[in-house]
Design a protein around this ligand. Structure first.
Ligand code: ATP
Length: 942
């Protein structure tokens, strides 16, 4: 390292190597790198060892014990803790006054469940966090570097000081770097300096005196980590990475943990709180009634009532629910990742299921982004390019046409930032496929890249942007006394508007209005055939011509190219699937309206409408726009600002909008959309940061797959909600009605004591042990193909609809009725006289409830379809049912569990009796569903 790299702030390789005061070549020399070939890989490895990864230190993670403790901050858990305390109190009193010995099983069981529940919640939360963090890493920023003479993309964390990085519009700047080249480069440095206006950048060294005063904002030849390129392009050498960057200095540490609660989780938390309030109210009402009616006066009788309150509390609380919801969401996120949709925000999983409109870019998402130049049209005619023989087709092309085509392709070659790189015996395009196609066409027409490169040295460029729709480069021509050649390519109408002459043979002629019309007509013909069209132009200027502003004027029009970009084969089917699911696919593109309409028609997006252009949108009043977006499915020649207007107009119509975007200026529209979708392959870092979902393959079909998964996840969540809540309701009803109807059922012992039909420990067992595995299995129920035949779920439709409550209530009441029937039949007296002991009757009631639930899990898979539909599709579910059954056998027969859960051994006949009573649930549910189906045949369900 030379003195320069030690830097004024004494940190070798740090951001302070005073690189801003040195000319680029000295900075490069100081960092030991050549700008053209970059660092050799061996040197990169050495530097990684020395400087470490290019990452900011993150805050120490929240300690596990605090996360675990947070699990207890839930009113329902506190209710259970209170129940455990009451139960322990009752046990203690019995110990002291009645001398009964033994362990406080109930209190211990409640506490064990509370602890287990917290542990499960903690594990699920941690897994969900890890899944999202891993997915975020997959969509994290990458850096374009030059190493070993090759252009590469590497994770931004792999950068080392001395790396040569290429910067393009929309890139997040991955490290602090000194610019070596800058072309119309502006960066947004708001994150560092608070300045929201993009800052222009150049390469000139700062004068010594100004440096001290310049501060960060004044270092115009440096770019800083944490900022982004808003326009233009540049080449820079990394001067500082990781904590040694300005961002590292300022931020010190970066908060990385994200605590995200989705609307669904919030809704369930609300539901939990309401359940808590309801149970406290029911318990209070029942205890007061009992105290008054039964004239409970003695302390033991009062304690009985308290035990009842405990039982009711545990019956109503769906203990495992939050953990299962988290598990369902995180599993869903992983499933989506497998289908190449990377979720960055958990809430998007839910919103996806409600999407009414998918507004998608055309190029690359609906089409393959594999551009091939098919036709070149010039003043003297038209040439079809046939790449098979490497030359323009038609041997009788006259010399004039040939020279026009060559000039046009030369302009396309020069106004170009893509590179053809040798790859496995063939060539691959690095850069924009549109530009790559022009390179390929020029090469096939016999243009030799090296010769042209020696002859024309690029001295300036005005980059392409979606707003400008053109790109120009300025070249010094060797041996022409420093004369400049300007090459321009862009949308034909835009290029034409900048031209005053036209190339005919080797001469330039003024562009007459009829020729302009003819060129526009030729453009229309190409676009009508679905080809992407570009106009090409050039201009020669003297060396001393004024820079920039005038460059893009008074050009010579050279010709048009038409490129094909075939639709993705899977897009057509995906469009049809989206339509069947009640989702309207919409195409929003910067391309020509005729090209857009041709491709949209091929994909089935256009319908009977036509494409609306950005100019037409601009002429509409807000009301007209709101009206138009209801029917228009193709928008063409729009820029990113139009996208934002379209999203807002769709949303004003009450529609839930998923929108794709890739450019830096798409970020506002991505943020405004209900689901912002960015491109993983071709998207800019800025758009990815703004998005909720990143498509790993940029493919429209992936969006539809993600919608399907989103709907499936939601439908699974509803399944286990139906399952668990009907279980809770069945338990509450069994306990409440059991106590209220005690004399009718033979449950009253005639001593004035309150006798419970079911013990709190048994209820806990059901909620946590026997319901747990089946509920989890419902969370992974395979995607039901029918989810894509229904319209989107209304955004304001809660997770539990009115009809779901009805079916939960129905199952709850049937479960309680059959359990209480079994109770009555086992006890002497009551409606059906039996001969069993209380403990035996409770065991039978307990077992009936468990078996009812095991039947119910099959019903819960659908609101209105029969349980027999796809009965064996989920093998996890059958495994879970078997497991729960074995556990029930264990709790009934194992002595230690018998003691803990107050059970007695049952005979085979007892099991059959319980099973028969419990079968009321599936039988009546099937009947109810049949009635529902008959009543609303064809209407949507879940
Ligand atoms: P989409 O918005 O669906 O991705 P698109 O790629 O056609 O479609 P833009 O990138 O905004 O949209 O391009 C708009 C127009 O600008 C294109 O139709 C083309 O005529 C022109 N164009 C595209 N790429 C370039 C480029 N690299 N250089 C010059 N002009 C271009």
């Amino acid at each position: 390292m030379t003195a320069a790299t030690r830097g004024s702030r004494g940190e070798p390789g740090g951001g302070a190597l005073a690189a801003e005061r040195l000319p680029p070549d000295e900075v490069l020399a100081a960092l030991g790198v050549d700008a053209a070939s970059g660092l050799p890989s061996a040197e990169v490895r050495a530097r990684v060892g020395r400087w470490g990864p290019n990452a900011l230190r993150s805050l120490p993670p929240v300690p596990a014990w605090r996360k675990l403790l947070a699990q207890f901050a839930d009113p329902l858990v506190l209710l259970l803790v209170a129940a455990a305390v009451v139960s322990a109190g009752v046990w203690l009193r019995e110990e002291l006054h009645e001398g009964r010995s033994g362990l406080p099983f109930e209190a211990l069981a409640i506490l064990a469940i509370v602890l287990l529940n917290a542990a499960m919640g903690y594990v699920q939360e941690a897994r969900a966090e890890q899944a999202i963090a891993a997915l975020r890493r997959m969509s994290a920023a990458r850096a374009r570097v030059i190493r070993d003479g090759t252009r590469l993309e590497v994770p931004a964390t792999d950068l080392v000081p001395g790396d040569i990085i290429r910067l393009e519009e929309g890139d997040a700047i991955p490290a602090d770097a000194r610019l070596i080249e800058a072309s119309a480069l502006r960066t947004t440095e708001a994150a560092l300096t608070g300045e929201s206006v993009p800052v222009p950048k150049d390469t000139a060294p700062l004068a010594g005196g100004t440096d001290a005063a310049a501060g960060l904002a004044g270092r115009r030849n440096m770019v800083f980590s944490g900022t982004a390129v808003s326009t233009g392009r540049g080449l820079a050498v990394v001067t500082a990475t990781g904590m040694r960057t300005e961002l590292g200095r300022i931020a010190g540490m970066l908060e990385q943990t994200t605590d995200e609660t989705t609307p669904l989780q919030a809704a369930l938390a609300r539901l939990g709180r309401r359940l808590g309030i309801a149970v406290v109210a029911i318990a209070a009402a029942m205890t007061t009634t009992l105290v008054l009616v039964e004239e409970v006066r003695t302390v033991p009788a009062l304690l009985d009532v308290l035990i009842l309150a405990v039982a009711l509390a545990v019956a109503a609380v769906p203990e495992g629910l939050p953990a299962i919801v988290t598990a369902a969401l995180s599993l869903g996120v992983l499933r989506m990742a497998r289908r190449r949709a990377i979720v960055r925000r958990l809430a998007a999983v839910e919103t996806l299921g409600s999407a009414d409109v998918i507004a998608s870019d055309k190029t690359g998402t609906l089409t393959r982004n594999e551009m091939t130049v098919r036709t070149v049209v010039t003043a003297s005619g038209r040439v079809a390019l046939d790449r098979a023989d490497g030359a323009p087709a038609g041997s009788d092309q006259d010399e004039r046409l040939r020279s026009e085509v060559d000039e046009a392709l030369l302009a396309g070659f020069l106004a170009n930032d893509a590179v053809l790189q040798p790859h496995e015996g063939g060539w691959t395009v690095q850069g924009d496929p549109t530009e790559g196609a022009l390179l390929v066409a020029a090469r096939d027409a016999g243009l030799d890249a090296e010769t042209v490169g020696r002859r024309f040295v690029r001295v300036a460029e005005i980059p392409f942007s979606s707003e400008r729709r053109r790109m120009s480069t300025v070249h010094r021509e060797a041996g022409e006394d420093g004369r400049r050649l300007v090459a321009m390519k862009g949308a034909p109408d835009v290029v034409l508007s900048r031209c005053s002459r036209e190339r005919v043979g080797r001469q330039d002629r003024p562009l007459m209005p009829e020729r302009r019309h003819a060129i526009l007509a030729a453009t229309a013909a190409l676009a009508g055939a679905g080809l992407r069209t570009l106009g090409l132009a050039q201009r020669r200027m003297p060396e001393d011509a004024p820079p920039d502003g005038c460059v893009e004027q008074d050009l010579v029009f050279l010709g048009l190219v038409g490129m094909s970009d075939p639709p993705r084969p899977e897009a057509r089917e995906a469009v049809a699937r989206a339509r069947a699911a009640g989702i309207r696919p919409v195409m929003i593109t910067g391309d020509d309206p005729r090209t857009a309409a041709a491709i949209a028609a091929e994909l089935g997006i256009l319908g009977d409408g036509s494409a609306v252009t950005g100019a037409q949108l601009a002429a509409m009043s807000p009301e007209e726009l709101d009206e138009a977006v209801r029917t228009v499915s193709v928008y063409a020649r729009v820029d990113p600002a139009d996208k934002l207007r379209i999203v807002r107009a769709l949303q004003r119509n009450g529609l839930v909008v998923a929108m794709t975007g890739d450019g830096v200026n798409d970020a506002p529209a991505l943020k405004a959309a209900d689901i912002g979708i960015a491109m993983g392959l071709t998207g800019t870092d800025v758009s990815r940061e703004a998005a909720d979902i990143v498509l790993a393959d940029d493919n429209f079909a992936t969006i539809v797959a993600a919608v399907e998964e989103g709907r499936a996840i939601f439908s699974n969540i509803r399944k286990f909600l139906r399952y668990l809540l009907s279980s809770n309701l069945g338990e509450v009803a069994t306990v409440a009605f059991g106590v209220v109807l005690a004399p009718v059922l033979g449950l009253s012992l005639g001593t004035g004591e309150v006798v419970l039909p079911l013990l709190a420990t048994q209820i806990l067992w059901i909620n946590f042990v026997s319901d747990g595995a089946p509920a989890l299995a419902l969370a992974v129920d395979p995607v039901d193909p029918a989810v894509m035949t229904r319209p989107p779920r209304p955004r304001d439709e809660g997770v539990l609809t009115g009809s779901m409550w009805w079916s939960i209530g129905f199952v709850g009441v049937v479960t309680a009725s059959s359990s209480l029937f079994v109770l009555d039949a086992c006890l002497p007296g009551g409606l059906v006289a039996g001969t069993g002991t209380l403990r035996y009757a409770q065991t039978m009631t307990f077992t009936t409830l468990v078996l009812s639930q095991l039947y119910n899990v099959l019903n819960a898979r659908s609101a209105d379809a029969s349980a027999f539909d796809g009965l064996f599709r989920n093998r996890w579910l059958w495994g879970a049912i078997l497991l729960s059954l074995l556990l029930q056998v264990a709790v009934v027969y194992t002595p230690i569990l018998q003691q803990g859960f107050s059970t007695v051994s049952l005979s085979a006949g007892d099991w059959l009796f319980c099973g028969a009573a419990a079968s009321a649930v599936p039988v009546l549910e099937e009947l109810r569903k049949a009635v529902v189906r008959a009543m609303r045949r064809g209407a949507p369900g879940c």
